[in-house]
Design a protein around this ligand. Structure first.
Ligand code: HEC
Length: 105
């Protein structure tokens, strides 16, 4: 029983070290998780399609102002009012930052 302890400790230490050294690409940010809900229309690169606006060319401020406008109903929309109502202020800020920071301007 006692002889097995160091081996168990070694395995535990190695697996902890491995999980710490995992590449960051396996971690998904909260912003990315939220943005998945927008990809079906705006595309995963924020480029849109046909009449769906391109988000990646907008600034963070433009995106958040539009989302607040849709949420309050001040900005007319066909579908965005329903989406925007689902997000908190913090989530709107994360979404605006995410799409504004996409590279394809
Ligand atoms: C079902 C398709 C659909 C989904 C899903 C969707 N959008 Fe939209 N989005 C649109 C359409 C269509 C418009 C144009 C306004 C309208 O008619 O609702 C728009 C407009 C916008 C605009 C204004 C762009 C501009 O040029 O003024 C922003 C910002 C936006 N969407 C952000 C988002 C975000 C962020 C999400 C995810 C939370 C999202 N949209 C999800 C279809 C969608």
């Amino acid at each position: 029983m006692l002889k097995k302890t160091p081996l168990i400790l070694l395995i535990g230490t190695l697996s902890a070290a491995y999980s710490l050294s995992c590449p960051a690409t396996t971690q998904v940010s909260q912003a990315e998780l939220l943005a998945v809900g927008c990809f079906s229309c705006h595309g995963h690169e924020g480029v849109g399609a046909k009449r769906i606006p391109k988000l990646s060319k907008l600034s963070k401020q433009d995106i958040s102002e539009s989302l607040y406008g849709f949420k309050s109903g001040e900005e007319r929309s066909t579908i965005m009012e329903r989406h925007a109502k689902a997000y908190t202020d913090k989530e709107i800020a994360l979404l605006a930052e995410y799409f504004a920071n996409l590279k394809n301007k």
